[in-house]
Design a protein around this ligand. Structure first.
Ligand code: SF4
Ligand code: SF4
Length: 448
C-alpha cells in the first residue's frame, strides 16, 4: 500500500482514533424538542416556510434557501412547530431557529419527496436539487455543496478529489461512512460524475484507515468509473483541500486562487454519500454521523443524530461524561470550537463532540516568542506565523495582509507546536476578519 504521498510541513499530533474508530454507527432515538438554527451553513441563513402551530413531517422542507450561497432546511422529525425564536448555535451566536416539538409517535418514515431521476436532469436542475436537499460539506465548514459543484463558465473540472482523510486526531465519522456506507459513497460519485465528467476521480484516505481503503478500492475496481483510491501519509492537515491536491497531483493552488483554477474540485466523502441518499431515497440532509469521543466520555461512539438534537442528549446516550471532564470541543482538537455547555443543538457542521480531561487540555500560560522557528516549519502554507503573531499583537493589519495572512486556513499547526503557548491561530482569525471587513468597506466606497 503506497502511503508515502503527502505535502510538505504539517504536524503529527498524537492520535486517539482507537476510542471510536471501530464503533458501528448507532441511531439516536428521537428526543422531545428540536432546535433548528436557520444559519447552519456558510452563506445566507435559510428563510422559514412554517409558522408556530404548523404540523411538520420528517423530511419536510421547513425553510428555503435564501440566495445562491444558502441551502434549504428540513424537519428531522414528525412534530409541531412551537415557535421561531433566537437560540444559541454552536458558534456562540444567538440565531433565529425553528423549534419543533416531536410527535411521540414519530417514525423514521420520510415524507415521500424523491426527486426525478438525475439522468433526466440538466446540470442546472441538478444544482438546484442539491441546494433544495440542504446538502453542505460535512467535514465541518458546512459550505453549500451545490456552490462547489457549480463550475463557472470557462472553467473545467478535470480532477475530482474525495476527501476521506479525516486527519483530525479524534474524529471517525467519515471513517465509519466509508466502511458502513461504501455503496452510497460510490453511488454519489456516479451521480456527481454524470454531471462533472472529470477525467479522474481520486479518493484520498489516510493510511491509518486500511479497512476503508480496502473496501473502497474493491468497489472502485468494479465501478466502471475512473476512480482510484489513494492512501495518504498520516499527517495533519492532510485533509485540507490544498494539501490534498498537492499530495495527489503534485500541483499548488496559487495564493488567492481556488482549486478549480487548476481544474481540481475537492469535496468531503460523507457529503457524497448524502447525495446518493437524496437522489435514491428522497432523504434530504436531516441527520449526520457525529463522533462522540474523548477520554472524558464514558462510552465513545459514532451516532447518527437528527439535526436539532441537544448535544446533552447525545452525550447522555454515550453514558455521559466522567468527573474529570474539563473541556468540550465541537469538531476535532485542532480546528474545533470550545463550548461552554452542551445545551446547544447538533447542526449540519457538527462532525464531533469531544470531551477532554484537564490532563489533555493545554496549559494556557503564554510566554514571549523565543524565535525557535517551529511554527515556520509546521505551517503547511509556508507562512511566517511568528512574524504574523507579532504584527497581530501590534494591530498592524495591513502588514499582516502583505504577509499573506489571508492564505492562512486556520489549521492550528503553528499554535500546536509553539513552546511559548502563543495563541497564534486565534489572533489570525481576528486579523483576517478585520482585514476582510476593511476590504469590503473599501469596495463599497469604490462603488459609490
Ligand atoms: S499560519 Fe495559518 S495555515 Fe499556517 S500553521 Fe498557522 S494556522 Fe495553519
Ligand atoms: S513557535 Fe512560537 S516561540 Fe517559536 S518562533 Fe513561532 S511563535 Fe515564536
Amino acid at each position: 500500500m503506497n502511503s508515502t504521498l503527502t505535502f510538505r510541513h504539517g504536524i503529527h499530533p498524537e492520535e486517539y482514533k482507537e476510542l471510536s474508530e471501530h464503533c458501528r454507527v448507532e441511531r439516536m432515538p428521537f428526543v422531545e424538542e428540536y432546535i433548528l438554527p436557520l444559519a447552519q451553513h456558510l452563506g445566507a441563513p435559510s428563510k422559514p416556510l412554517v409558522q408556530k402551530g404548523n404540523k411538520v413531517k420528517r423530511g419536510q422542507k421547513i425553510a428555503a434557501a435564501n440566495g445562491f450561497v444558502s441551502v434549504a432546511l428540513h424537519s428531522p422529525v414528525d412534530g409541531t412547530v412551537t415557535g421561531i425564536s433566537l437560540a444559541e448555535n454552536p458558534n456562540g451566536q444567538m440565531v433565529q431557529s425553528i423549534i419543533i416539538k416531536a410527535d411521540p409517535f414519530s417514525t423514521q418514515q420520510l415524507t415521500p419527496s424523491i426527486p426525478k431521476s438525475y439522468e433526466e436532469m440538466n446540470v442546472k436542475e441538478f444544482i438546484a436539487s442539491v441546494q433544495d436537499a440542504g446538502i453542505v460539506g460535512l467535514g465541518g465548514a458546512a459550505f453549500p455543496a451545490h456552490v462547489k459543484f457549480s463550475i463557472p463558465e470557462g472553467k473545467t473540472c478535470r480532477y475530482i478529489m474525495l476527501n476521506g482523510c479525516e486527519c483530525e486526531p479524534f474524529l471517525t465519522s467519515d471513517h465509519r461512512t466509508m466502511v458502513e456506507y461504501p455503496d452510497d459513497v460510490m453511488d454519489g460519485i456516479r451521480i456527481l460524475q454524470h454531471f462533472l465528467k472529470a477525467e479522474k476521480i481520486f479518493i484520498g484516505i489516510e493510511a491509518n484507515k486500511p479497512d476503508a481503503i480496502n473496501i473502497l478500492h474493491e468497489k472502485a475496481k468494479n465501478s466502471g468509473l475512473p476512480v482510484e483510491v489513494i492512501p495518504l501519509k498520516v499527517k495533519y492537515p492532510q485533509g485540507a483541500e490544498k494539501m490534498m491536491i498537492n499530495a495527489i497531483i503534485a500541483k499548488e493552488v496559487p495564493s488567492g486562487k481556488l482549486p478549480l483554477d487548476i481544474e481540481a474540485l475537492v469535496t468531503n466523502i460523507s457529503s457524497i454519500a448524502a447525495i446518493s441518499q437524496w437522489f435514491r431515497k428522497g432523504q434530504p440532509l436531516i441527520e449526520r454521523i457525529v463522533t462522540v469521543t474523548g477520554t472524558a466520555v464514558k462510552r465513545p461512539a459514532n451516532i447518527l443524530v437528527p439535526f436539532g438534537t441537544p448535544m446533552r442528549d447525545v452525550v447522555e446516550l454515550c453514558g455521559g461524561i466522567t468527573s474529570e471532564a474539563a473541556r468540550i470541543l465541537l469538531g476535532g482538537p485542532m480546528m474545533g470550537m470550545v463550548q461552554k455547555s452542551l445545551d446547544i443543538p447538533v447542526v449540519k457542521g457538527t462532525s464531533g463532540i469531544l470531551i477532554l480531561t484537564s490532563d489533555e487540555v493545554k496549559d494556557l500560560s503564554q510566554y514571549t516568542c523565543i524565535r525557535c522557528g517551529r511554527c515556520l516549519e509546521a505551517c503547511p502554507m509556508y507562512l511566517n506565523p511568528s512574524l504574523l503573531g507579532m504584527l497581530a499583537k501590534k494591530g498592524l493589519w495591513e502588514e499582516m495582509e502583505t504577509n499573506h495572512i489571508l492564505d492562512c486556513f486556520e489549521c492550528g499547526c503553528c499554535s500546536y507546536v509553539c513552546p511559548s503557548g502563543i495563541p497564534l491561530v486565534q489572533s489570525f482569525r481576528v486579523g483576517k476578519s478585520i482585514i476582510r471587513e476593511h476590504n469590503a468597506r473599501e469596495k463599497e466606497k469604490e462603488k459609490v
